[in-house]
Ligand binder design. Sequence first.
Ligand code: LAC
Ligand code: ZN
Length: 458
Amino acid sequence: MDSLRSAVGADAVRTDDASLDKYGRDETEDLHFPPSVVVLPSSQREVAAVMGLASHEQVPVTPRGGGTGLSGGALPVRGGILLSLERLDRIRRIDPVDMIAEVEAGVVTAHLQEEVELQGLFYPPDPASRESCFIGGNIAEDSAGPRSCKYGTTRHFVLGLEAVLADGTPITTGAAVRKNAAGYDLTQLLVGSEGTLAVVTAAQLRLLALPKARLTLGLPFQRCDEAANSVAEIFRRGFQPAACEFMEQAAILAAAMKVDVPPQVRECEAFLLLEFDGDRPDLLIEQAAALDAITDQLGATETLVAETEVEQRRMWQIRSAAGEAVKGLSDYKEADTVVPRASIGALLQGAHEIADRHRIRAICYGHAGDGNLHVNLLRGGLELSDWQRRRDSAEDDLFALVVRMGGTVTGEHGIGWTQRRHLEKVRSPEEIHLMNSIKRAFDPTGILNPGKVIPDSY
Ligand code: LAC
Ligand code: ZN
């Protein structure tokens, strides 16, 4: 403890109950793993010093961003040091020529977005938690949100990283340039590695020009299957939405407990929310008209158009409120399923059939344009062991269906702690052995975020 205090300063080492409690949780279910100590370094040098000490003493270290993760990636499941990156919170520079931002890991995603937008630039990744999640955590989990439909996930914006290895060695990967074909791409290897390979301390991020106009459309449906099947049809007809989100009625009703939901949406069976963006408002209006012209064929009852920023925010909050609202209903387990876009209707139907078979409640919503459906299994009044049994069997059946459809077990929340037993459903033993060899090359003694991603049997 004394050596930690001299490395980062006494006020950056916490062992009080409140800190251990707070940093022992993230947003994943009701899980709680208090660490032995919380350390809050303020620079890459201090992170390196902490890792050097931890490596010398062979103490587990769990890096943490904003603590908004949904697969337990930041939970210190083996105790030891919880390393919070919250004090590395500087935006170092925003370069409008190369359109690159250089930021520390603890910068809040929405803050970066606001700052770059002041310069007419755009950082698209928009996780639901963007007001409190950190860029470092987004990189660790390869987080995404509605706009990944058009722009891709966090990974598509990371050009270079500063990080610290398990033994305390500082490294840089990639560079602040827009192209880079030099050698193995360690930057992209670290993105999505969930803090198991290195502690990311800063990143160089690619930016885009901020689209000058946005238009948000809402399509209420009386039939859930028609809403889900419309997703493929919208793309087949050449529309290129920036976001294409789906909510079924139970998710809408949960959101309606938190935010205003207009009656047409509250009373529908399912809701699609689409966003179009671009530089020419007239072209967006044309797209909206073209979509409106086919709503009958799709099965939507009408096209709701949100033109002003206030109207758009109001429509978006229905979708943004869904996650928290559904989680608030009961203990839950979320499956972050992904299938090809055209299979989203079949997935939705299958998810409910599986839930019914296991007599468990499921509520679905998500990023339909990415084929990414968040299937929330709810405990409701079930007794604990009964819930665990039904939940696990339902999840196994659900992922078996996803795999048959050519999909995967997580699109944006990661494997972390809670989804580890599902990795083998989508990755071959050869692939997981390779992952393990990579893990050992970076962290030979396994002190960095132990218990995550790779199943114990490897
Ligand atoms: C969302 C989070 C749960 O899409 O990913 O709301
Ligand atoms: Zn999501």
